[in-house]
Design a binder for this molecule. Sequence first.
Ligand code: ADE
Length: 231
Amino acid sequence: MIGIICAMRVELDRIRENMEIREEQECSGIHFYLGTMHGKELVTAVCGIGKVFAGICAQTMILMYHPDMILNVGVAGTLTDKLDIADIAVADKLVQHDMDTSPLGDPKGLISGINIVEIPCDERIVKTIAECVHELHMNALVGTIASGDQFVVDPSRKEFIVREFSGIACEMEGAAIGQVCYVNQTPFCVIRAISDSANEQSHMDYPEFVKLAAANTANVIDLFVQRIRIG
Ligand code: ADE
């Protein structure tokens, strides 16, 4: 089974259009939709915005459905001139840019307990998604996606994320889902279409481009589900 988590309905609606939904179940305030896409079993959910909701959703999905993999799909702000509006950022690793125990001598972004800064994505999923975006003639970049509980618009914050973590895109859930998948040994990846440039223009760009960006990721997911081998 493939698990798909989006933060917002607008991000998941286009994916669900390609899905035959069989059943809806609710747990921890999250609605899980079970069904198939191209004959493969899927569970999808809207988790809500931010790292805590994302973590709740991923852990609940894992305990209830034991998915073979989890994909976090949605939109992001770009941190590089190589990614423009509607382009695709594919994570090969995730960081939490607002995690900071550096006053205690730790590296910035260190997740204590698992003691890593970068949460690695599943290599086979990353490779398959990269092949799908290439086949769809989309402009895409594979790299570090940075998550934090803030909508990034401040240039100095943007510079910090690029300098400290070499982030290519910023969003608010991916690394939390990544942390949950990491501790549960569930393969995962994050795929985000660019909705804004993470700057003072973002509050205008974001509402205008969020639907276009969501349509692009839905096309990638459709092809990915066809291509990926499960089990
Ligand atoms: N998601 C989309 N754009 C974003 C931004 N600029 N910061 C954080 N999350 C985002």
